[in-house]
Design a protein around this ligand. Structure first.
Ligand code: AMP
Ligand code: ZN
Length: 114
């Protein structure tokens, strides 16, 4: 999708601070970090929200979590702990309309989330 920020990152038109990449997913540092480590994992293919996932996307979503695991190891938060979050639509505060998995760590997380 030509106007989508994360599609532009996936195509290389905009260059984020990349921490992990393979043919199908890209992970980069969040521009407004909410924790010492705050990485976003996105599929390179555009999917607008979690509601738009198809059965055929199952492997791709699995790859997003495998990427999150690798990012956690790479950034040193795997053992101390981290949170993965995907916000969907307005009540969850989704602000970029291309699915992304937040990987947050490096501090104690609160529960329940706000
Ligand atoms: P959400 O509110 O769940 O849709 O998350 C969107 C995230 O994208 C927020 O945490 C933003 O800080 C982050 N974000 C927005 N623009 C950029 C950008 N240019 N580079 C990196 N992260 C961004
Ligand atoms: Zn997109």
């Amino acid at each position: 999708m030509p106007t989508c920020l994360f599609c532009k990152m996936a195509s290389g038109e905009i260059k984020p601070d990349i921490v992990y990449e393979n043919d199908r997913v890209l992970a980069f540092n969040d521009i407004n970090p909410q924790a010492p480590t705050h990485v976003l994992v996105v599929p390179k293919r555009h999917i607008t929200t979690l509601n738009d996932l198809q059965e055929s996307d199952a492997a791709l979503v699995g790859e997003m979590f495998l990427a999150a695991r690798d990012v956690a190891i790479q950034t040193g938060i795997a053992d101390s702990g981290y949170r993965t979050v995907m916000n969907c639509n307005a009540d969850a505060g989704q602000s970029v309309w291309h699915i992304h998995l937040h990987v947050l760590g490096g501090r104690r997380m609160n529960w329940p989330p706000g």
